[in-house]
Design a protein around this ligand. Structure first.
Ligand SMILES: Cc1cc2nc3c(=O)[nH]c(=O)nc-3n(C[C@H](O)[C@H](O)[C@H](O)COP(=O)(O)OP(=O)(O)OC[C@H]3O[C@@H](n4cnc5c(N)ncnc54)[C@H](O)[C@@H]3O)c2cc1C
Length: 408
């Protein structure tokens, strides 16, 4: 009897590792091959801009599974080798070492990479990015030396890095072409709350200004020139200007790609034997009724398993409420939904914004489309239930802290 074809997963990080776990948990007994181009076994990235960057969490805490888990579950984990091509006719994935692996079903979970800055001086020493555990180790070593840090970008990575840099005692300036912090992720109202938090910790923002040039002293960065012509002295420059999906493997194989790999609500790509999950997937979300590409931990955590079930022929629907969390200084928050400008017409609050203990709720036509609990806990499931319901809510009850969110 011919051997059962392997279920192959390209991308050995959170989505990929969780998919492998689910294939085994759901009883798939055939070969599972998990291919990753990093040397590390699958790990989680959120600590890389938080506890691990601050030296509070050690490396052992970032991994998705114990070292022996892959062998114990007969998962053929191949690290340090990139997938280079997919031959959809022969059903084989070509690897950078010249070998190839044949697949029955294939999951692409190749994630995203930091968007590179393309300005003169971009390749100077001391210009750093943050995506991998190695990046975080390099950045930590640089921040420990103190000095002047210029952060390009005030998204989540930018703000978390700014907070860590302040905790290391660095002077921090954030350069951001948008009019405020987190502008595209949470809109101006909440962006200002976060900018205020950082200002109170000594961070200087330069909104409406981009990085035009990086100047060096020898090979090392020494200053950032902004679009307004200002020259900011810098010992370290951290670039946090977004991420781009690693979709070229899929595009080269002729799969449909548009801001990530296009996938249906079963996380199937335009080839029914190839699936996509995590940061790289631009998948149809059946709850929101549109395709979304989400660069969130929760999306990889749940999306990998969903794709695995779909590979096994189970009926699944990608209907997750996008979920995100962040820690900065003493502030902890969780957010549900996508509160991007254009998705809402009103923001309401319950609790005290000044003391940074509140819930923000974004509404569209009277219904909650997103919510963020800041230093308030055990309410995110209720916020997600409100988003799922899609029903208009009474604004007075919504903002009344005495009315439990679960009773709305
Ligand atoms: C510093 C940092 C902090 C973050 N903090 C938070 C947070 O607080 N909250 C939150 O919700 N989200 C956070 N995120 C986002 C979250 O980590 C990502 O959404 C998550 O890692 C996505 O997982 P993934 O498995 O889809 O992709 P990735 O984690 O990007 O993994 C993809 C893997 O595939 C590999 N790969 C790519 N191409 C190939 C190839 N051709 N062959 C083989 N392997 C390949 C990559 O090297 C990588 O190992 C953070 C991200 C970063 C970088």
């Amino acid at each position: 009897m011919p051997a059962e074809p392997a279920h192959v997963i390209v991308g050995a990080s959170l989505a990929g590792a969780k998919a492998a776990e689910t294939l085994r948990a759901e009883g798939f007994a055939g070969p599972v091959v998990l291919i990753g181009d990093e040397q590390e076994r699958p790990y989680e990235r959120p600590p890389l801009s938080k506890g691990f960057l601050l030296g509070k969490d050690d490396k052992s805490s970032v991994y998705v599974h114990e070292e022996g888990w892959y062998a114990d579950h007969d998962v053929d984990l191949r690290l340090g080798v990139a997938a280079r091509s997919i031959d959809r006719v022969a059903r084989r994935v070509g690897l950078a070492d010249g070998s190839s692996v044949s697949y029955g079903k294939l999951l692409i979970a190749t994630g995203a990479s930091p968007r590179r800055i393309r300005v003169p001086g971009a390749d100077l020493d001391g210009v750093l990015y943050l995506r991998s555990v190695g990046d975080s180790e390099r950045l930590r070593a640089a921040l420990q030396g103190g000095g002047r840090v210029v952060m390009a970008g005030s998204g989540w990575i930018g703000l978390e890095t700014a907070a860590a840099a302040r905790e290391y005692g660095c002077d921090v300036t954030v350069v951001e072409p948008e009019p405020g912090a987190l502008h595209r992720s949470v809109g101006p109202e909440l962006g200002e709350v976060f900018a205020g938090l950082h200002r109170s910790h000594g961070v200087v923002f330069r909104f409406g200004e981009g990085v035009s040039q990086l100047r060096g002293s020898g090979r090392r960065v020494s200053a950032v020139v902004t679009s307004s012509g200002a020259e900011l002295p810098a010992d370290i420059v951290v670039i946090g200007i977004g991420a781009v999906p690693n979709a070229w493997l899929a595009a080269d194989a002729g799969l449909d790609v548009d801001n990530g790999i296009l996938a249906d609500e079963a996380l199937r790509t335009s080839d029914p034997d190839i699936y996509a999950a995590g940061d790289v997937a631009n998948a149809f979300n059946s709850l929101l009724g549109r395709r979304i590409r989400v660069e969130h931990w929760g999306n990889a955590l749940a999306g990998g398993p969903l794709a695995a079930k779909s590979m096994l022929g189970q009926q699944v629907s990608y209907d997750l409420v996008p979920y995100f969390y962040s820690d900065q200084y003493d502030l902890g928050m969780e957010a549900a939904g996508l509160p991007e400008p254009g998705n809402y017409d009103q923001v309401l609050y319950r609790g005290d914004r000044d003391s940074l203990e509140f819930i923000a709720l974004w509404l569209s036509d009277g219904a909650v489309v997103a919510g963020m609990n800041v230093n308030v806990w055990d309410v995110n499931d209720d916020i997600q239930a409100l988003i799922r319901s899609g029903l208009p809510v009474d604004p007075d009850r919504l903002t009344d802290p005495d009315v439990p969110l679960g009773e709305l």
